[in-house]
Design a protein around this ligand. Sequence first.
Ligand code: PMP
Ligand code: GLN
Length: 378
Amino acid sequence: HDSKLPGNKTSIFSVMSKMANDHNAINLSQGFPNFETDQKLKDLVSKAMNDGYNQYPPDSGVQELREQISLKIKSLYGKHYDENSEVTVTSGATEALYTAITAFVKKDDEVIVLKPAYDTYEPTIMLSGGKPIQIQLKGENYKVDWNEVKSAITSRTKMIIINTPHNPSGTILTEEDMLQLQDILSDTNIILLSDEVYEHLIFDKEQHHSASKFPELSERSIVCASFGKTFHNTGWKTGYCVAPEKLMKEIRKIHEVTVFSVNHPMQRAYAEYLKNPDNYLELSKFYQTKRDLFLNLIKDSKFTYTPSRGTYYQLLNFSEITDEKDVIFAERLVKENGLASIPVSVFNINNKDNKQLRFCFAKTDDTLEKAAEILCKL
Ligand code: PMP
Ligand code: GLN
């Protein structure tokens, strides 16, 4: 049989984590914490299981959780989403993204993707018969050239995908960026798919500018989020998306036939846990301390960098250490030095000259110290 995704190889996240395990290396590659999720949250899951919430929940998600999501967004971004018709709980942000793209992209539709981009967007577009239109973010700080985005729009453009805070670069879209985007999209029918899984990881008192905050944008937007990233339990694979009813109606059709509904006890637990906003509002401070520790530990190394502004990733430039390609250097770093990272070229358009590796700092302090020790010896 012909492959539907002939260009797809195993995800770099799986490749690097396996390589780290095989070589007993410190794993700062795949993005997940190496510390435990809150015991209170685990207790809430046990309670939900013991209380008998072990059968299918409603397909769009547990009512109480949809209510809490709606309240959270209203309080943070000022936008009201109706919990009955505009919020859907998904199997991680991954399913939210898959479902959103599949619901709208048809054969030969074009979807604008800003590179480097998270690795599920383009294969999903292609499975729907659509065409990813790639635009490279500019420079080491990965800025969007909005004129280039504007020029890329054609009568076939169905969707544009943004991701803020941005994986892998750790940059964020500013209010000015969002206003420019709003302006470019006005008078079009283009859907904005906004991947905001790192919305609660934003540093140096900067603000997250959700697509939901901008009235003209939000009426054409699908916003995706992930509890795994926010609550240190990526293995629970629970997230959600919000969108105006006319879009959500179509998303739910796809959601129903792919997963129907998502794990029940975790949804009960999250619904309870979200009632205390400190559980997510404290996160930026927590991760900023980790970022600062990591950067302080490597300040005398030969790596150069701009501090990450959001996410739990830090890019480090290695051009003063080696001329190797990032993929080669990353592999050698695991095998010879015992430290795994993600080579960024895998997500770029032109991958020849990339000199940056991505390091995940969602790790205990002693893991960061051991990693920094290795980096300082290079
Ligand atoms: N989007 C981005 C930018 C990500 O980094 C990730 C990985 N967490 C996802 C989506 C998928 O999120 P989830 O683990 O909730 O499926
Ligand atoms: N989002 C995580 C990362 O960027 C990994 C998710 C995955 O393993 N697919 O590292």
